[in-house]
Design a protein around this ligand. Structure first.
Ligand code: UDP
Ligand code: MG
Length: 317
C-alpha cells in the first residue's frame, strides 16, 4: 500500500486552518480505514512567512498527531515557492497539493488516487464550472488561457494548483531549476502519463483571498514571460511591419513631391508618427526589459525558499 502526503501552503490562514485541518484529517482517516492509502500517510502544512498565528496552529496540530508536520519558510515567498517547498519535503509515494481555504473539493482526492493506481504519474484537478467566480474573473481567466495557448504554452484550462503527483514526477520536477515559478505551466512539461479529475470549486469559507487583482495580474504576466518567448518575436514582427509601412509611405510622399503639384504641409503627418513610433519603441524596450529582468534573476539562481524551522516528522532528507 502507498503513502499519501497532502501539501497545504498557508499564508495568514489562522481564520480557517482549524476547519481545514479537521476536514483533511477526517479524509485521511477515512482513506486509511478503507485501505486506499497506508498508515504512513500524512499532511504537511507550509507556512509561507505568515504574520498571524498560522504557524503556532500548525505546531499544535503536529503535537496532536504524528501524521501532521509543518514547515515554516523564513519569509513570505509566494504561493508557488511555498508549494514547491512542500512538494520537495514530503516523503509520500503520492503527493497532492491543495489550498488552505479548501475551495477545492477534497472529495476529488479519492478519484485522483484511482487515476494514479491505473497508471497516471500526474493527475490534474480541473474545475468543471466557474459559477462561484465573478463574471469578471471568469471572463479574464478564459481569455488568459486562450492567450497562453496561442503563445505556445501548454496549459490545462481551469486547472490551478490542485493536483496529485507520484514521487517519481516530483523528483523530475526537481530538475527544473528556474526561479520564476509558474508550476501549472512547468508540470505539463514533465510529460509522463497524466489524467484529469473534475471537481466543483466552492467559495472561500473564511479569511480573504491572498490574490488581490494586482497580484493576480502579476502572476498572469509571470505565466506568460516565464513560459513563452513569443512576445519577443511579436516585438520583432511589430518592428518589421512598422518599417515596411514607413518605406511605402516614403515612396508615396516622394511621388506626391515630384509627380504632383499638391502641397503637403502636414503637421499631423510629422508629429503623430513621432508619438506613435516613440510609444511602440518604449513598449518594445519594456518587453525586452521584462525578459532581461527574468534572466537576471535566473542567473543569480538564489534559493527559491529557505526553511526556517519544521515541526513533526515525515520529511525527506
Ligand atoms: N498563499 C501562500 N503564499 C502567498 C499567498 C497565498 O502560501 O503569498 C496560499 C494561501 O494560503 C492559500 C493558497 O496559497 O492556501 C491560495 O491562495 P488564495 O486562496 O488566497 O487564492 P485564490 O483562491 O483567491 O486564488
Ligand atoms: Mg482560495
Amino acid at each position: 500500500m502507498k503513502a499519501l502526503s497532502i501539501v497545504v501552503p498557508c499564508y495568514n490562514e489562522e481564520k480557517i486552518l482549524r476547519e481545514t485541518h479537521q476536514s483533511l484529517m477526517s479524509l485521511l482517516k477515512k482513506l486509511i480505514a478503507s485501505g486506499k492509502i497506508s498508515e504512513a500517510s500524512n499532511i504537511c502544512y507550509v507556512d509561507d512567512g505568515s504574520q498571524d498565528k498560522t504557524y503556532s496552529l500548525i505546531e499544535e496540530f503536529s503535537q496532536q498527531s504524528n501524521q501532521v508536520s509543518g514547515l515554516k519558510l523564513s519569509k513570505n515567498k509566494g504561493h508557488q515557492n511555498a508549494l514547491l517547498a512542500g512538494l520537495f519535503s514530503v516523503q509520500g509515494d503520492w503527493v497532492v497539493s491543495i489550498d488552505a481555504d479548501l475551495q477545492d473539493d477534497i472529495s476529488a482526492i479519492e478519484p485522483m488516487i484511482k487515476a494514479i493506481q491505473s497508471g497516471s504519474e500526474i493527475v490534474y484537478g480541473v474545475r468543471d464550472d466557474r459559477t462561484t467566480d465573478s463574471i469578471f474573473k471568469r471572463l479574464t481567466a478564459e481569455l488568459y488561457y486562450q492567450l497562453l495557448s496561442k503563445l505556445g504554452v501548454e496549459i490545462i484550462p481551469n486547472h490551478a494548483d490542485y493536483r496529485m503527483m507520484t514521487q517519481r514526477s516530483v523528483s523530475a520536477l526537481k530538475d527544473y531549476r528556474e526561479v520564476n515559478l509558474f508550476l501549472r505551466g512547468m508540470i505539463p512539461l514533465i510529460g509522463f502519463n497524466s489524467s484529469i479529475v473534475y471537481y466543483k470549486r466552492g467559495v472561500r469559507l473564511a479569511g480573504e483571498s491572498k490574490y488581490p487583482f494586482k497580484k493576480m495580474l502579476s502572476f498572469a504576466w509571470d505565466g506568460v514571460t516565464s513560459m513563452s518567448t513569443t512576445p519577443l518575436r511579436l516585438v520583432t514582427t511589430t518592428g518589421a511591419v512598422v518599417f515596411t509601412i514607413t518605406v511605402l509611405l516614403s515612396l508615396y510622399t516622394l511621388r506626391i513631391r515630384f509627380l504632383t503639384t499638391e502641397a503637403v504641409p502636414g503637421w499631423a503627418s510629422t508629429v503623430l508618427p513621432i508619438y506613435f513610433l516613440g510609444g511602440i519603441q518604449i513598449l518594445c524596450i519594456g518587453i525586452l526589459g521584462e525578459y532581461l529582468g527574468k534572466i537576471y534573476k535566473e542567473v543569480k539562481a538564489r534559493p527559491r525558499y529557505i526553511v526556517e524551522k519544521t515541526c513533526g516528522e515525515n520529511f525527506r532528507n
